[in-house]
Design a protein around this ligand. Sequence first.
Ligand code: ATP
Ligand code: MG
Length: 414
Amino acid sequence: MKDLLPAESPTWRYLEAKIAELFLSYGYQEMRFPLLEQTDLFKRGIGEATDIVEKEMYTFDDRNGDSLTLRPEGTASCVRACEQHQMLYDRGTLTQKLWYSGPMFRHEKPQKGRLRQFHQFGVEAYGFEGPDIDAELLIMTARLWKQLGLESAVSLQLNSLGNAGSRAAHRAALVDYFESHKDELDEDSIRRLQTNPLRILDSKVEATQRLADEAPMLTDFLDDESKAHFDGVLAILDNIGIPYEINPKLVRGLDYYSKTVFEWVTDRLGSQGTVCGGGRYDGLIEELGGKPGSAIGFGMGVERLVLLLQALDGVPQEIFQTLDVYIVAVGDSRAAAMNLAEALRDQAPSMRIQVHCGGGNFRSQMKKADRSGAEIALILGENEIQNGVVGVKYLREEREQLTIEQNKISTLFI
Ligand code: ATP
Ligand code: MG
């Protein structure tokens, strides 16, 4: 779990502002939900046989003896909140387009791009059955990559997991196949043969991966409706010109997916290459106690996007300029300096102004002004106060120091 320090926080703020602005511009509305939920929500929502529930959750009993868990992802909480506030069925069938952001917690092996407290932006859309919403989510993320200058570094992988029927037929074939190669499987995968054989395809063990390459493909078991749905998604992407690769082995880490699943991946971050992943999970709302309803969403990892932006030199330098003006207050001018700063803030609310606090002589204050990164130092002493003026020193340019009337200072910045 990491602290975010001032050297990096401008990058985060820049990225977070871009993402939030984009989601809002597509008509998605923000949700905020608690960091803690009942453990049972995640067990049911994510699935007992997943890595997250089996070994990654931060779970504890509170003072009442209730089992609570720090949220490892946002999807289950979002469905829970929408159910609780009757956002899904109030008058007939409602639709919702939502986004959220914040920290998620998973007890994983920490590595570059893999943390125990990490941060996600997530999007969820409820009540949309057709393939248009699947495509819109991908179109929206493609625009984000473009706006961030990342489009050449990420690519889209797609697959369809079909409906429950196709997955059951595939599962039977998969179990047969892996049973006949049981002696070549790793321990985790042998256990998954009973609980969740699909996840064996997702294994990171090399020998298992080789077996998985030859395993029966879900694509060959797709029902007609899922096939038509997937073709619908692809047609919209083709039409708008978003390239993709169909990856029949893409199954995603969570239990709740159905039909379309996708990942945006990059080869610039080593093995932590997925920056955004998601898909359709039409069964989840019902699983969590609601009426059946369509749902689709994705999560993107902020840490990985920050790393990618930095790797591509995609962080605009101007975001690190955090101050415009530093007010140097020498002699008995503390109160006057505060007044001057407030008057300037009234006139130019977006200007970033720091008033020197803590006294000290002219030289030491000027040193601080220089180190602050501000463009301009405004110098105020007893003489200046008496004459209603202020000294102006340009800290980053070779320019004459000048004196200007206090009520004309704002003209310096226009
Ligand atoms: P991975 O296969 O990398 O473990 P995942 O399938 O577990 O990813 P999701 O649950 O789909 O990930 O979360 C969505 C996104 O959140 C991921 O694509 C990734 O960018 C980010 N993410 C997931 N886990 C972590 C983590 N421990 N640290 C940093 N980012 C993460
Ligand atoms: Mg994971």
